[in-house]
Design a protein around this ligand. Structure first.
Ligand SMILES: C[S@@+](CC[C@H](N)C(=O)[O-])C[C@H]1O[C@@H](n2cnc3c(N)ncnc32)[C@H](O)[C@@H]1O
Length: 393
């Protein structure tokens, strides 16, 4: 592909990504993969170049652009070599009109910037949009970190998680024999710290209330070493179904699955009432802490959606606490840097609940905020997370 044709491909893709963000459709990564599946003429260098252009355009536009051309013209206004590709030749973008400004540059939509900037500051906000490294969790049921450091020469030990490795962004780890053998899992270091904060151990009854496809469930299983009772619950049948093959690859057996009914989540887990040593609530959230990986998610979040999420989080916190046994712990986590989902949400729960105490002895990294800790890309090198460990008297 010529550089001009790559620019046109980026515009076409950005059109799809903008529409998909507006209509709650597929994520940018999925759309990009689909696009190239049907365009075999694009070689690996073309794909990389188009993808880079697309993500540069997404990162610089906090507000959802009108369309793909507006997104790329905005970028071209700051990059003369890109602007030169708008030359109007066959399969290439039409020339940029003198009064065609393109989409404006900003980090976030204004209503979100107001919330995030006081918490993270300008530099913290910028770090939220930088490219993320690729983190792995070592499956301690099958191997140890030193062995994996030796097997993966590009990997470095993570700074805070004792079971983590860090690789350069874009490393094709899923093609490695170590991944195929279940020795490693892709998992951000912050997510690893959340699992470790549960202090799940052999012999315990542990419920992962929002297990999804089981990223943290598998980490909990490794901490429990196959001993005890581990239950994975979620309202999403297809996500939960992805756990079984992952568990098989990781050599984990015996995880119980419970499919929950939205709004009546307690029904399918009523037998666990007051019986869990640990309940992990890795709650559905805005995902503001993961924008490094999904920067177009900024275009999907609305005040209404945020309000719906905070209502679910509050309900799940109350439910989860009824499932914890005296002396047990509720670990609440969101991959968000917003106080209404994190520190504020956890504080409101503590304020309305009798017999709960926040554990102030969490992992060493992160900054205490309300009853828990906030991890950020800038300060901790992880995705943005809030996590609190709340102990039942
Ligand atoms: C942040 S994701 C969990 C990620 C997962 N723990 C992991 O480590 O891969 C939040 C999950 O909450 C689930 N969820 C949404 N509403 C829920 C509800 N009312 N009760 C339980 N789970 C819910 C979603 O389906 C989603 O899988």
């Amino acid at each position: 592909m010529t550089p001009q044709a790559r620019a046109q491909a980026a515009i076409d893709l950005l059109d799809e990504i903008v529409a998909s963000a507006r209509d709650a459709g597929a994520a940018a990564d999925t759309l990009i993969a689909r696009y190239f599946k049907t365009r075999r003429y694009a070689g690996s260098k073309d794909r990389r170049a188009v993808r880079d252009l697309v993500y540069r355009a997404i990162r610089r536009a906090g507000e959802r652009p009108a369309n793909g051309r507006a997104a790329l013209v905005g970028l071209a206004r700051e990059d003369a070599s890109l602007a030169a590709l708008f030359d109007g030749s066959l399969h290439c973008p039409a020339p940029i009109a003198p009064d065609e400004a393109g989409s404006p540059a900003s980090a976030l939509p204004a209503w979100l910037a107001e919330k995030v900037a006081p918490i993270l500051g300008e530099s913290g906000l910028a770090a939220l949009l930088e490219r993320a490294s690729l983190d792995l969790r070592v499956n301690t049921m099958r191997t140890d970190r030193d062995a994996m450091l030796a097997a993966l020469p590009e990997a470095k030990a993570t700074a805070h998680s004792p079971i983590g490795l860090r690789l350069p962004e874009g490393t094709k780890v899923e093609a490695s024999p170590e991944w195929a053998q279940g020795l490693i899992e892709i998992q951000d270091e912050g997510s690893q710290l959340i699992s470790l904060a549960t202090r799940a151990a052999a012999g315990m009854t542990v419920l992962d209330l929002c297990a999804g496809a089981g990223g943290k469930t598998l980490a909990l299983a490794a901490m429990m070493g196959g001993g005890g009772r581990l239950i994975a619950a979620d309202t999403d049948r297809s996500r939960l179904a992805r756990l079984a093959p992952r568990a098989e690859r990781a050599g984990v057996t015996g995880i119980e699955n419970r499919l929950l009914n939205p709004n009546r989540e307690g029904d399918a887990i009523a037998d666990l009432m007051g019986g869990c040593d640990v309940v992990l609530v890795d709650a559905p959230c805005s995902g503001t802490g993961t924008w490094r990986r999904n920067p177009e998610a900024r275009w999907r979040l609305t005040p209404d959606r945020l309000a719906r999420l905070t209502a679910i989080q509050s309900r799940l916190l109350d439910l989860a606490f009824t499932l914890v046994k005296p002396g047990g712990a509720l670990v609440y986590a969101v991959c968000s840097v917003l106080d209404e989902e994190g520190a504020g949400q956890a504080q409101a729960f503590v304020d309305r609940t009798a017999g709960v105490q926040a554990d102030k002895d969490l992992f060493t990294t992160g900054a205490y905020r309300g009853p828990g800790k906030l991890l950020t890309p800038e300060k901790d090198g992880t995705d943005g997370f809030f996590v609190a460990r709340l102990i039942k008297a």
